[in-house]
Design a protein around this ligand. Structure first.
Ligand code: AMP
Length: 232
């Protein structure tokens, strides 16, 4: 089992998978276990939206429709974030790259520094299960905890975050409405899924069957992969 004290030299992980496949949930766990930052482009973008920055205004229409933010804007945000000091020992990328051009840009940026993506974890979940999961997903806007009203509801009041000292009122993401979910899935299959081939050819792809699995079971499988790679 991985523990926060297990030190590795550096590890750059990409989490692939459709919307609602569990990337965010697993990224939080991997980040804690390996003590590397969790970098979610979706979270970064949502931060810009809520702060109404210039970038936030540019990306708003794409996010609301469940379409991809243009590659140039996305890659610029990622390049800035990966240049920060806490990324020196590696990171878990959640939601990036999401297109082959983004993956090529990432590979080139890393190669310029003598670095590479070490492991790509693809969480495979069927579309119907994704729609079922996302329709029931709720998040706490105060602390970011992700709930699922069917599979992982808060322990007390179903409308409130149950974390100590939080109690935030849970919200449904605007892009978790069924019509938008279907569009995000279509975009995923057309634009993001080709990345599996991209990383398979590089020999870094590890596919994990996430169908009907609990987050605990999926994390155990990820740990097995990390152990098998001898990354700690
Ligand atoms: P997520 O939280 O990863 O589901 O992302 C939410 C939304 O942010 C997506 O539907 C896109 O509109 C946008 N987004 C996040 N990551 C990317 C990316 N790598 N490329 C383009 N758009 C992105």
């Amino acid at each position: 089992m991985l523990g926060a004290g297990d030190k590795i030299v550096s590890l750059r992980i990409v989490l692939l998978g459709g919307p609602g496949a569990g990337k965010g949930t697993q990224a939080v766990r991997i980040s804690a276990a390996l003590d590397v930052p969790h970098i979610s482009t979706g979270d970064i973008f949502r931060g810009h939206l809520s702060e109404n920055t210039e970038l936030g205004r540019q990306i708003k229409p794409f996010m609301e429709q469940g379409s991809l933010v243009p590659d140039e804007l996305t890659c610029e945000v990622v390049a800035t974030r990966l240049g920060e000091a806490d990324c020196a020992q590696g990171y878990v990328l959640d939601g990036f790259p999401r297109s082959v051009p983004q993956a090529e840009m990432l590979a080139e940026m890393l190669a310029n520094r003598g670095e590479q993506i070490d492991m790509v974890v693809d969480l495979a979940v069927p579309d119907d299960e994704i729609v079922e999961r996302l329709s029931a997903r709720r998040t706490c806007p105060k602390c970011g905890t992700i709930y699922n009203l069917k599979f992982k509801p808060p322990s007390g009041d179903p409308t409130k975050c149950d974390r100590p000292n939080c109690g935030g009122t849970l919200v449904q993401r605007a892009d978790d409405q069924e019509e938008t979910i279907r569009h995000r899935l279509e975009v995923y299959h057309r634009v993001t899924e080709p990345l599996c081939r991209f990383y398979r050819e590089k020999g870094t792809l590890r596919t994990i069957d996430g169908a009907g699995q609990t987050p605990d079971t999926v994390f155990e499988k990820i740990e097995e992969q990390l152990d098998a790679e001898g990354v700690r």
